[in-house]
Design a protein around this ligand. Sequence first.
Ligand code: SAM
Ligand code: SF4
Ligand code: F3S
Length: 457
Amino acid sequence: MRFAIRTFGCQMNVYDSDRIRDILMAAGMDPSGSGPGDARPGEGDGGCDVFILNTCSVREKPRQKVVSAISHARAANPKVTVVVTGCVAQLEPETLVGIGADVVVGPDHYAELPELLGLSCVQGTNALRSRTEAVRISVADEVPSFLMASPDTMSERGAISCFVPIQKGCDNWCAFCVVPAARGREVTRPEAEILEECRRFLDAGARELFLLGQNVNSVRLPGGFPGLLEQVAALPGLLRVRFTTSHPRDCSPELARAMARLPGVMPWLHLPVQSGSSRILAAMGRRYTREHYLELIDLFRGEVPGIAFTTDVIVGFPGETEADFEDTVDLVQKVGFEGMYSFMYSPRPGTRAATLPDPVPHDVAAARLNRLQGLHEEQMPRLLERYRDLSVEVLVEGPSARDPRHASGRNPQNVVVNFELADGVEVASLRGRVVSVHVLEVRTHTLFGRMNVPERA
Ligand code: SAM
Ligand code: SF4
Ligand code: F3S
C-alpha cells in the first residue's frame, strides 16, 4: 500500500506532513508512492494507493492549487484514495468531498488517519475501505494534543535542521487572516514535550532547531519564550536555534537580551510588519504602530550584534491609499530587510477584512506589489554587501544545488552561503558542522565564498 504526500503552505504543514508520514509508515504503509501523474522518468510506475494533500488556505491562490490538485489526481487515477489534510480540510470539508476527496482530516486529527483509512496496524494485513465509504472528520473544538516525532519512524532522521512546534493555533484574529479559524485557539505545547522532541531530533543528527508557532513570544511557559530559548540552547548537540513567527506586539526587550546572551540563538528575527502605515495596521487589528515597529528594530539592533530582519508584507488591504502604501515603501527601505515575503491582499471568507468596504482595485494592488518587490530586489544585494570580505560561520547542510562540487549552508543571519571547499575536503564530511567561509561574492539573495583552511593544531 503506497502513499505520497504533497505539502502546501507554511512550516507547520511541513512538520505535520512528516508526522503523517511517520503515522502511516508505523501502520505498515510504504512512502515510496508519487502523486497521480507526478512520477518522473526512472521513478518506477509512479502513482500510489493513497494521495495526501496537506493544504493551505492563507490566500486564494494556494487554496486554488489544492482544488486543482484534487481534481487532477481524481482524473489521473480514479482508484486512488484522496486524503485532504491541513487548513482547507478544516475549513471546507464539504467542498472537498464534493470535488473528489475521500477522507478529510483537520490538523488536530492526524493520529486517526490509519483508522480513517481502515488500516490495520499489522503489516501485510492492511486494506483500504472502498471509496464509497468516504469519511470526513474535522472536529475543531477538541483540546488539541501535539504529535511527537518518534525515534522509530522519524522522517527527519539525518536532517541537519528540524522544525519543533511549540504552540498551536492563534488568538490574534488579525482582520485578514484565516489561520485562527483553521488552526483553532492558541495552545502552548508542554515544555517537557518540546524539550523531549528537541532531544530526539538532536540524537537523530540535527544540529539546528527551528521553534515554530504563529506567535512564539506569547507561549504560556514559566520562563516565557526567552526561558524556553535558554533551555533549548543548552541542549547537548545543538549548534543553532532559530524561531518563527514573532508578532511585533509581543516581542520584548527580554527576548532581545536572551538573543544577545545565548550564543546558540542566531541573530535573525522574522518580524512580519504587514504594513508601514499605522492607519492600515489598526484596520488590520495588528495592535502596534509603525513607530512601535521601528523602535523594536532599533532595540534589537542595539542589543543583538549583526542581527538581520526578515518580514511579511501585505499590499492592497481594503482602504489602503497611495500614502499608506508609500509608508510601507518607506519602512521597507528604512529597515533594510534581508528577506521579504510580500503578498497581494486576498479576501478570506469569514474574516473581518472580507466585509470591509473600499477594496483596492486588483491592478492597483498588483502595481504596488510589483513596485515593492522591485525595490526590495534592488536593495537585497546592497544589504548583503555587509558580508563581503568577511569570514562567516556556515552550518553546512550539503552540496550546493547549483554545483555539487560546492557546499551549501547558512550564515548566522540565515543567508544561504555556497562555497568552494578547501583542498582535499569532501562535502559529506562537513554536513552538520559549522565551518568558516570567506565571502567573495554577493549573488542577489545568496553569498558565495571559499572555505577557510582550518589552522593546524
Ligand atoms: N503569524 C504570522 C504573523 O502574525 O505574522 C503570520 C502567519 S501567516 C500564515 C503568513 C503570512 O501570510 C502573513 O504574515 C501575511 O503576510 C500573509 N497573509 C495572511 N493572510 C493573508 C491574506 N488574507 N492576504 C494576503 N496575505 C496574507
Ligand atoms: Fe494570522 Fe495574525 Fe495569527 Fe499571524 S498573528 S496567524 S497573521 S491572526
Ligand atoms: Fe499554514 Fe496556510 Fe494553514 S500558512 S497555518 S497552512 S492557512
